[in-house]
Design a protein around this ligand. Structure first.
Ligand SMILES: [Fe+2]
Length: 291
């Protein structure tokens, strides 16, 4: 089962001693969740009214692309949108500061992707099985292939009412991959070009992306696995931050409201130990090069 390793960082831009950096990167790449119990994101007084499901209109979250300045998922007026942008930009900057201070080897090739604000309660939300993140899964994006990159996500519980964010955590990636490998079929020739041509994917879907999507779907559709797999639970308290390679850590978000999340991409080649990446694990299991 997935261990949770506590990291003694309390400020987003805190300089980290080498010993802390080395322990953090080792645990992260081994597939642990890193927990920062006292690393909180402060919501300013004039931002508090944004902690409402109404902020997200009909979506489950609001997304912010720091590179393009594009805000998605909200239908607020001009003034509120400006406040929302300020809050999300601040979280994007803080989470990047954390990454740079904690993981210097990743910093030069780190890509900062979407920032997400999730003011909607998870429990009881109606969704399709594929989008149902209360089922154990590893992350894989249907329209955004990652190819040879890892998905690293930073989460921060900003619930103002003292409520935790309740997760299930499953088996190690090699265990999950070995279990489902017999159910996975190889990509059909020409499919990746067709998906790209039809703009279903934003870039070429590699064989690795193909297998990861299948793995994601197989995990979510297997209800026997969902209930029977070795797993543990953890209630991430308000005012805490945590991070994981979510393409590797089997996880399910069961309940909670008001969260920030920041996605980063890390090239496999930048890892201290690339052999632990899902890409290399799947390549070993299939005996094929998958990118
Ligand atoms: Fe996920």
């Amino acid at each position: 089962m997935t261990p949770i390793v506590t990291v003694p960082v309390q400020e987003w831009n805190q300089r980290c001693p080498t010993a802390v950096q080395e322990e953090a990167v080792r645990a992260l790449e081994e597939g642990c969740v890193l927990l920062f119990p006292q690393l909180r994101f402060v919501i300013e007084d004039d931002e508090r009214y944004l902690l409402s499901p109404a902020t997200a209109a009909k979506s489950k979250n609001i997304s912010w692309d720091v590179a393009t300045g594009k805000l998605g998922g909200s239908s607020l007026g001009e003034a509120a949108t400006s406040t929302l942008r300020t809050m999300m930009t601040r979280f994007a900057k803080f989470s990047r500061d954390l990454m740079v201070n904690l993981f210097p080897p990743y910093a030069p090739s780190l890509t900062q992707a979407r920032t997400s604000f999730r003011p909607v309660e998870i429990l009881g939300r109606a969704t399709s099985w594929r989008k149902d993140d209360t089922r154990l899964h590893v992350d894989s994006f249907p329209s955004s292939p990652v190819q040879d990159k890892r998905i690293l996500r930073v989460f921060c519980n900003i619930n103002p009412d003292g409520r935790g964010r309740y997760w299930r955590l499953g088996e190690s990636f090699p265990s999950v991959a070995s279990r489902f490998l017999p159910s996975l079929s190889p990509p059909v020739w020409g499919t990746s070009q067709l998906l790209r041509l039809c703009r279903i994917t934003k870039s070429r879907r590699s064989p690795y992306d193909h297998f990861m999507l299948q793995l994601h779907d197989c995990m979510k559709t297997d209800l026997h696995y969902q209930s029977g797999a070795n797993q543990s639970t953890y209630d991430f308290p308000p005012g805490s931050t945590w991070m994981a390679f979510t393409d590797q850590v089997s996880h399910a978000a069961m309940s909670g409201q008001h969260l920030f999340e920041q996605t980063f991409y890390v090239p496999v080649a930048s890892m201290m130990d690339p052999s632990r990446s899902p890409l290399r694990v799947l390549e070993r299991l299939t005996g094929q090069t998958l990118t």
